[in-house]
Design a protein around this ligand. Structure first.
Ligand SMILES: C[S@@+](CC[C@H](N)C(=O)[O-])C[C@H]1O[C@@H](n2cnc3c(N)ncnc32)[C@H](O)[C@@H]1O
Length: 226
């Protein structure tokens, strides 16, 4: 049996460090992921993000991600700007090199402190030397409000689809090992790609599963900002 079959177009519950060990080397065409930002996140409803309070998972998780990614391919990872040195140190040690950087502009402030926080950010990382896409996306992308109903840091599909369409081909396999409510899976499916999702938290796993059930309905590409 194809060793990927049990994971394809599904969300698997578990710690990605352990789940990824069950995948063969170099089986993934593109990684698009949104790991914990290492900021002790808690929203106004008290919702938290597992592993957002420690960096111990960072190296072993990205080591497995690197192993399963095909050579000469891309990885897009959101990250917490206040902990950028931890992310970059791990990525560079593993051989994942920054070749681009995205800023996602929010039409609203997700928080207010020293600034009104109106952007998210992600690195485009290369394993080896990927062929440059024929139509690269702009590195400033609008970030519609997702509503955050299913997950406190739920990403809008409109921010993910351009990345998937630029850095993979139809039918290819997209991995998100920090899947949350499964936004990357929906964006991959809407783009005609296959996906493998992993989520540790039982509640978010169930939310992603419900969203990705073939018979279930899912939210439209964008939702009205509140
Ligand atoms: C920033 S959130 C992702 C949100 C997602 N982009 C969405 O649109 O819903 C990161 C997720 O990673 C999960 N997580 C943290 N550590 C993990 C691990 N070791 N393995 C798998 N999932 C993990 C958390 O439970 C959380 O849901």
């Amino acid at each position: 049996m194809n060793p990927l079959q049990p994971f394809l177009n599904k969300v698997t519950q578990g710690d990605c460090i352990h789940v990824l060990r069950r995948l063969p080397d170099q089986c993934i065409d593109l990684v698009v992921t949104d790991p914990p930002y290492l900021v002790h996140y808690q929203d106004s409803d008290g919702r938290k993000v597992a592993n957002d309070d420690n960096p111990r998972w960072l190296y072993p998780a990205f080591a497995e991600i690197y192993r399963v990614l095909r050579p000469d391919r891309y990885l897009v990872s959101f990250y917490g700007w206040g902990k950028v040195e931890k992310f970059l140190a791990v990525w560079k040690e593993l051989g994942l090199f920054p070749v681009g950087h995205f800023v996602f502009i929010k039409p609203y402030a997700s928080r207010q402190g020293h600034t009104r926080m109106c952007h998210e950010q992600a690195y485009l990382l290369a394993k080896g030397r990927p062929a440059q896409p024929s139509r690269p996306p702009p590195d400033v992308i609008n970030f519609d409000y997702s509503g955050n109903k299913l997950h406190p840091t739920q990403k809008p599909l409109t921010a993910l689809v351009p990345l998937i369409e630029s850095y993979s081909d139809p039918g290819e396999i997209i991995l998100d090992p920090f899947a949350g409510s499964g936004s990357t899976g929906l964006a991959a499916r809407d783009s005609g790609r296959r996906f493998i999702l992993i989520e540790k938290d039982a509640g978010y796993f169930r939310a992603a599963q419900r969203r990705l059930e073939p018979s279930g309905s899912h939210s439209p590409l964008s939702s009205t900002p509140r």
